[in-house]
Structure formats: C-alpha cells, structure tokens
Design a protein around this ligand. Structure first.
Ligand code: T4K
Length: 378
C-alpha cells in the first residue's frame, strides 16, 4: 500500500545559495553604495554569463518577459509573427504587447517544439519573424528554421527560457537565431530570483537593446527612443553570480533523477517519456515531462494529476491550456483546433513531474510507483 508523501512534493523547488554567501555579497553592495543602473555586480554578471553561455553579447534584464518584449522592439517586428501555442503565456503575450498578431503553428509530435516543416505554409506578406521556443530545453530544429527564415527574409527570435546551458555540438543554444531570451526566474535551473537576459550576435544590437531597457536614455541630455525599465538590480545580479557556482551541480543531480524516471517508466504502456536528442546535444534537464495516452494507460492525464495530489505530489500541466485556447487568442484563425491537431493532443496529455536537485532517488522511485498504480488494465 503506497502512503502519501508526508510533505508536499512540488513540480520544482528553487536552488538556494547559503545565507552566508548572500550576506558576503550584500556587504560588497553596501560598500559600493550602488544598488542598480548598471553597477559593478551587473557588469561582472554580464561578463560571466556571456562566457558560461558561450555567446558573443549578452544583456541582463529584470525578467524574461520584459526581455522578450524588448527583443521584438529592437528588431522592429510588426504585423504577424509565427509562434507555438505550446508554451507559457509570456511567449504570445510579448507579441500582443508589441501590437503584433501571434500566428500559431502546430508542433512536432516528438519534440513538442514548433514544427519547422509547417512554418512555410503560415507565412503571409505580413509575417516579420518566427518566435520559436526550445520547450523544456529540447532544441528546436534550428537548421530548418534558419532555412525558411532566410528564404523569406524573416527574423528569428528564440524563447530559450527553458534552455539555460543547452548546447548543440559545443555551441551555446543562444547562438542560433537573431536574438535568444533566457529566463532567470526562481523556478529555473539557473536563477537570479527574478531575471533574464537577451543574447545577440553583434554589438550594435546590444547597444540598441541596452538603450531600450533603460528608457532609451543615451545620456543626461538625450533620450533617443521610447524605452522601458528592464534593468536587473545589483542584489539580484549578485545572487546570480553566486548561483553560477551551483548550476552544474544541480544539473548533474537532475541528470541522475532523469535517468531514474526513464528507467522506472520505460515500459509503462501509455506513458511517453521526454524526447531523446542527438548525441551532440547537451541538455540541462530542467524539466521532466511525460505524456499520458488515456486510451492505452486507461486513465486520463487529468485523473493522474488529481490523484497525484492525494499523494501530496503537485505535478503541473505545463502547458495546458494551449495559448491558442486563451480567451484573448482563441478567435484567431490560426487558433482553430484543426490547425493545431498535434498541439491539441499534447495539451491533453502532458504532465510535468517533480524535478529538482533536492529530490532523492527514493522520492522519484515512489513518484513512479504511484503513477504506475493509477494504470487501469483491461
Ligand atoms: N517563456 C517561457 C517558455 C517560460 O516558461 C517563461 C516562464 C517565460 C517565457 C517568462 O519568463 P519570466 O518572465 O518568468 O522570467 C512558473 C514561472 O513563474 C515562470 O517563470 C515559468 N516560465 C513557468 C513555466 O513556471 P508558475 O505560475 O507555474 O509558477 P508557480 O509560482 O506556480 O511555481 C511553480 C512551483 O515552484 C510551485 O508549485 C512551487 C515551486 N516554487 C515556486 C516559487 C516561485 C517554490 O518552491 N518557491 C518559489 O519561490 O510559473
């Protein structure tokens, strides 16, 4: 008889630095008398992250959503942008905030990322860009996306909120596309409490982005564009510098947990595991997501989600509902269910299981045993 966990097991838990490390950094900040607006911690973190992510230029932000909004502004995107419905609300919302219509393209059944083969059929004279998401850290088909974008003269922006530290053939994932956004929210593998970054290919774009995130202020006399406040403060930047020392250890712990999930769930009929990637892809193991096929498993994803809660397991339906089902987007032509057959199935099946370094092997084996106990055999 499986007993519920004594404490709640959430889908994730933030990695915490020691209070001593934070106190030490806070002392540096207090001594510097500099709290925000491009201080020394900010400068150092930009440099350190640029090296860590293996990208040429990087600009820090106060969160990933504002960063992505600024990315759209910096590339002067307008009209329509082709994106995925299988993502967090922030992705299409940044388009709306830029007065751009999101055009939802169906996703690939294996990777759950935008289906690169379907993008071309969605391009119209109003299309200015593709906004793709490396969902759950699995890289998009970057080659095909670049190919279609080049043929039609479109910009490519990657929402890499889930893809911190992911690499393809030793190349940082941020090197693909015109601009990529990383989120440093507390629930991410690497975080600055709240925060984010844009990475870009050239200095000119970075200069424009740095202006846009600081109200467009060039100097005390000149405001050269309608910018916003997207700045990351010194306290969060300092925490981010500490957290860089934790990220690889956390990733290694998650690799171990990922392997245990794979081992325990490999032979469960009706449960699809995380997609596997080419050997040259370095993943970050931020999430562990399964898909439950009701017809084979005998129980729906929603049944599993509800029953898990009785065992104190708080899995999450990332990402259900689809963005195309939100009241603000469902009237769009591209939101019609017949346009998004794969995404609609995945949205009904997907379940994000607990994944964070603080979980033990026993936790994961028990979560899997609970999941297997839900299965209804004919
Ligand atoms: N693009 C994509 C593809 C994204 O996934 C996101 C964010 C963005 C863009 C936007 O980036 P940011 O502007 O956020 O930088 C969470 C995160 O808030 C959000 O950052 C993330 N994606 C999304 C996938 O997940 P919620 O609403 O699910 O978070 P919440 O508060 O329910 O937290 C999840 C679990 O984590 C809780 O059940 C318990 C645990 N938790 C959470 C917090 C905040 C803790 O134990 N301690 C904590 O302090 O959105």
């Amino acid at each position: 008889m499986l007993e519920p966990f004594k404490e709640r097991i959430y889908v994730t838990r933030p990695v915490f630095p020691t209070i001593e490390e934070v106190t030490e950094k806070l002392r540096d900040i207090w001594d510097s008398k500099w709290l925000t607006n491009n201080g020394p911690q900010h400068t150092m973190l930009e440099h350190e992250l640029k090296n860590f992510l293996k990208v040429p230029y990087l600009s820090l932000f106060n969160n990933g959503t504002i960063a992505l909004m600024v990315a759209c502004q910096s590339l002067r995107l307008s009209g329509e942008v082709i994106t995925t419905p299988f993502t967090f609300a922030a992705t299409p919302h940044v388009l709306s905030w830029n007065n751009i219509t999101p055009i939802f393209c169906d996703v690939d059944a294996a990777t759950m990322n935008i289906d690169a083969d379907k993008i071309e059929s969605m391009i119209t004279p109003h299309t200015t860009a593709i906004l793709a998401v490396h969902v759950f850290g699995t890289p998009c088909d970057v080659e095909k996306i670049r190919d279609v974008a080049d043929r039609y003269g479109l910009k490519v922006v990657y929402d890499a909120a889930h893809a911190f530290g992911v690499e393809i053939g030793g190349n940082g994932i941020g090197n693909f596309g015109d601009i990529s956004m990383f989120s440093f929210h507390a629930t991410k593998l690497y975080h600055t409490v709240e925060g984010g970054a844009l990475v870009m290919k050239n200095e000119h774009v970075k200069q424009r982005i740095d202006l846009l995130k600081n109200f467009g202020i060039k100097n005390e006399e000149e405001v050269v564009m309608p910018g916003i406040n997207g700045k990351l403060d010194e306290i969060r930047a300092a925490i981010g510098r500490i957290m860089l020392n934790y990220v690889e250890d956390e990733r290694l712990k998650r690799i171990r947990l990922h392997a245990i999930y794979d081992e325990e769930l490999a032979d469960v009929d009706g449960v699809t595991l995380m997609p596997t990637c080419a050997d040259n892809v370095k993943l970050n193991h931020q999430y562990y997501v399964v898909r439950i096929d009701e017809k084979i498993f005998g129980r729906s994803r929603d049944f599993v989600y509800d029953e898990f809660r009785k065992f104190n397991v708080f899995a999450r339906k990332y990402f259900h509902p689809l963005c195309s089902e939100f009241t603000c987007y469902r009237q769009l032509n591209s939101s019609r269910a017949e346009n998004l057959p794969v995404a609609n199935v995945i949205g009904q099946q997907v379940l994000s299981l607990p994944m964070y370094g603080g979980l033990t092997e026993e936790h994961v084996r028990k979560i899997c045993a609970i999941l297997k106990s839900f299965r209804r055999r004919n």
